[in-house]
Design a protein around this ligand. Sequence first.
Ligand code: CDP
Length: 788
Amino acid sequence: MAPRTSAEVGGMGHSVKRKEDPRFIRGKGTYVDDVQLPGMLYLDIVRSPYAHAKIVKIHTETALAVPGVLAVITGEDLAKYGLHWMPTLMSDTQMVLPVEKVMYQAQEVAAVLATSRYSAADGAAAVQVDYDPLPVVVDPHQALAPGAPVLRTDKKDKKDNHIWHWEWGDRAATDRTFAEADHVVKQDIYIPRIHVASIETCGCIAHFDKVDGKLTVWMTTQAPHAIRTVFALVAGHVGLEEHKIRIISPDIGGGFGGKVPVYPGYVIAVAASVLTGKPVKWVEDRMENLQADSFARDYHISAELAAKKDGTLTAIRIKTIADHGYTDAAANPSKFPAGLFHVCTGSYDLKAAHVEVDGAYTNKPPGGIAYRCSFRVTEAVHTIERMTDIMAHQLGMDPAELRMKNFVKPENFPYRSALGWEYDSGDYAGALRLAMDRIGYADLRREQAEKRARGELMGIGISSFTEIVGAGPSKHFDILGIKMFDSCEIRIHPTGKAIARFGTKSQGQGHETTYAQILAEELGIPAKDIQVEEGDTDTAPYGLGTYASRSTPVAGAAAAVAARKIQDKARKIAAYLLECAPDDLVWEPGKFSVKGAPDRAKTIQEIAFAAYTNHPQGMEAGLEAVSYYDPPNLTYPFGSYICVVDIDKGTGEVKIRRFVAIDDCGNIINPMIVEGQVHGGLTMGLAPALFEEISYDESGNVQGGSFIDYLLPTAVETPKWETGNTVTPSPHHPLGAKGIGESATVGAPAAIANAVVDALWHLGVRHIDIPITPAKVWKLLRDRGVTD
Ligand code: CDP
């Protein structure tokens, strides 16, 4: 689609360079740790070496003797104010600091307050804790088995480690469809615990002003307004009411869902500031971050897919155990304990589906954040895309052909899935066809056959995923009861420049640029003349924040709606200035002109000036608008990815030779930013596919708790991504746009896993759990006598 506005205006479709980058690349960003306040104190946290242990005694004397150490804060101290436990986003409870026992390795045990970061760290090292170890449960299957030690002894009536059971779909119809099927494939799939590993760890500066009783918190949060409300609800009883709380999210160095929940460190820093009246800074180090918070996935899935003889897919049936760690602190909308996992019918027109998920407590840190994913969609996509491939191989059909046969057809949209979602728009075959053309699919299959004949291992994997982003229609989506709308407030200044504020918060996605482009598109004011602000609850309109690719579908729509309100008022002012009826005016981006007399026109800048200097009598001065947008539906971006791998028989190493990613996020605001989002997302999809995993030994010791053994892909491991787009607008979004931020992370792992299994299927390999490490592949090859 050719842009409607000039490059100078920079509306939708222009690859405007990111406004925020000059400050980022010159080291001029302001992250939490850059904020320095006079008299600031520092907090460091004592963490548990045990995954499950009674706290017998905390010895603080040596720590208190460390120069600069002012206090050691324990659970007992917080208990006096009822602040040693806090609610989680899923209405469970989480310890701020423990009083009786610890429940995972690296859990916060006490906090040391000092005059410098170094003194705080020395103090934390000097705190001695006597523990009495308790039996550890790290496997959720064992946690749910009869006789397992009950972990949540704080919950008086709890007799097991089962958190909840959730199911969705028509069980009877699904069972019937399975009974009638010609083919059924069944596979256990484990999607391991991983970590967002954002460049910036979590942290905050809490500053309680004892004079005016106001708390200001600079905080690494993706959802500042929701945090303000949660703080007020939890601490209102100790005087922290909502009008006395200001949350500021400054620049954020990557969030990816990990900066949505409230972590104990934030609360301890707030409590310490309220008690001392001094600013208190707490910033995690890398290992604390990797060991204690921001975990995702950990789904143990058992899936079955049914098909007719001719390859028509008919039903899916899934049972899942969700390992939540010691508390359910998942960042899901309240009504969806398993997130949007029930989008697991994917891009295929299945007649029946049934999903069951059981949450389990284990001795691990809380998990379940929506890591670059709209609440368990990655888990859903991985399952359906792996199962589809297994079915294709089982039937001896080409995986592309099986997909083409079963895709929801363009004419079927809006499409209601067997699990009740209403997909807004899509052309799945179009995206797959384009990906196949780009990569030269038929030639690759020929090459693969030749190589196989020579004993070489080459695989081709497809993932044709459907996403679900933009939570959400407020009748279904809320977080702790707060409806999931989002907002935009625009003020046009007299000289035609503007400021726009949003309820979302960029963590690197480029909102300062793309929101300005939306307004440029709608108002014709050049994007460079529009200042975008987010993240300060004292100034921004209330919103639910940025995660799960909801910014464009929700706040982006709010921007368009607010801009259209401004355009309506601008029309009335223009009519007054041009002495005609408002309906006699024609709008083109940036100006109104009189129908049939294009020379009689007023630019938006002239109209803005008149709004303050020469507006019609009886009309309020000024040119501003606000929109709180409640989307009528989610948006359903989609894509088809094709990955080609070569496997080294000697080492089991998987080499990605080519990876073509065709995405469709509806109308595109900034093609360059979309491409950047896809590149980053693909690398974050490569990571769990081949490298990343957080696991625990039997004693609950974390494996992967530092960057020595939690393998992030670098530029060396990352292949060249070949990207492209199809454009299928969303019919209900005011700009026809869908989200893009997470598509690639959601879609890529299955393409890679499918390619590896495709290379090995003829050897009898049906499935490999991610991460597909050289050791796993090598073992499979050795077991089959392919290598020694
Ligand atoms: O919520 P989040 O910002 O993470 O995700 P998003 O709404 O998918 O947007 C990510 C970035 O891509 C933002 O800068 C969007 O404005 C941009 N984008 C775009 O240019 N065109 C789209 N159709 C969707 C997103």
